[in-house]
Design a protein around this ligand. Sequence first.
Ligand SMILES: [Zn+2]
Length: 70
Amino acid sequence: MAKRERFITPVTCPECALNGSATWKERENLETTIEDVSDGFRIGPDGEMYCTKCGVKAVMGKTLSRSELK
Ligand SMILES: [Zn+2]
């Protein structure tokens, strides 16, 4: 069985410039699910990140695997 990874994606609200991050977890079928998001963001029904305060879709940055974050 392949080693499972976690991934971190920085997220920014385009309205209020709130910064946060989303943590993704790789499952056995290699699909990724969102495990955790920073305060101030929520996961919409489409799986996208939204700013809780503004209700707009957050801009996602470059995803890094946790092992790359030293
Ligand atoms: Zn916002």
